[in-house]
Design a protein around this ligand. Structure first.
Ligand SMILES: C[S@@+](CC[C@H](N)C(=O)[O-])C[C@H]1O[C@@H](n2cnc3c(N)ncnc32)[C@H](O)[C@@H]1O
Length: 262
């Protein structure tokens, strides 16, 4: 058997970078052979996102770090524009291959770093996109894999993008279930390398795998609140638990939205 991407990167003593991860490695683990809890989280993401798009033709969905665009593939009929944004071009090419049906309609797959989200979208999106209500989502714990030093910058870009009438949704994995995460990381060395006992911290819900450099964080309402601290008061913040998922929502003050049925 040939060497895996992780083994090659480990041999070269390089970090596993999301910029170059093979999309099918992620797709197979999360969507083709998911554990029950991942399947449930994905279903919750779809259900919630469709509700956030209740303005239909007046709203657009922007999935930051969209991967192979699985969420978009379910949600594109519910909005005017569906945009997948990712730093890894290989993910976007695979999305085109897996979902040709929605690429013929209202969807855009945009390559770029979320640190420059607005600038890149200004270049790529038609004028009337900016008149739609923008629902910005970051799901499957992408917040956790984004390096801590970049998180606030990327959040700022996403929050600017929602404007006065959009919504931001962060779909994260809940620290209370971190034990499930440890099992999952152990089962998926092809994504994150070999997990050793010293690679994770249950109390903080963090993992940093030495072999590969793979890092992630799992969240609680408190850690999410801390990250969003500077927006408290200026925006409405809401948190809901769904299975292993913890979802955070940020809404501008005048936004009317019935989230009781989320
Ligand atoms: C955890 S995966 C989630 C993929 C997808 N959202 C899903 O639900 O299956 C993280 C994704 O974020 C992308 N990503 C990581 N850093 C990024 C950045 N700075 N800007 C844009 N995309 C990024 C990765 O390439 C990868 O596709």
């Amino acid at each position: 058997m040939g060497m895996s991407y992780i083994q090659i990167m480990a041999m070269k003593k390089k970090k596993v970078l999301w910029e170059s991860l093979e999309p099918m490695v992620w797709y197979n683990a999360i969507y083709k052979n998911p554990t029950v809890w991942l399947k449930e989280i994905f279903l919750a993401e779809i259900e919630i996102t469709k509700k956030l798009l209740s303005s239909g033709e007046k709203s657009s969905l922007i999935d930051v770090g969209c991967g192979t665009a699985e969420l978009l593939a379910y949600c594109y009929p519910h909005c005017k524009y569906a945009i997948g944004f990712d730093i890894n071009k290989k993910f976007l090419d695979k999305a085109r291959e897996l979902h040709p049906e929605f690429l013929r309609k209202n969807a855009f797959l945009v390559h770029g770093n979320a640190l420059h989200l607005q600038k890149v979208l200004l270049k790529n999106m038609p004028q009337d996109f900016w008149k739609t209500e923008r629902v910005v989502v970051l799901v499957m714990n992408t917040l956790g894999i984004i390096p801590e030093t970049l998180r606030k910058g990327i959040l700022k870009e996403m929050i600017n993008l929602i404007g006065n009438d959009g919504i931001l949704m962060l779909g994260c994995w809940n620290k209370n279930y971190f034990e499930l995460g440890i099992e999952w990381y152990k089962r998926h060395p092809e994504i994150c390398g070999e997990l050793e006992a010293e690679d994770y911290d249950v109390e903080n819900g963090t993992v940093k795998i030495h072999e590969s450099g793979y890092e992630s964080q799992w969240w609680s309402e408190e850690t999410l609140k801390n990250l969003l601290e500077e927006y408290r008061g200026k925006y409405e913040l809401l948190f809901i638990d769904k299975g292993v998922g913890i979802f955070a929502f940020l809404l501008p003050p005048n936004k009317r939205f019935n989230y009781e049925n989320l």
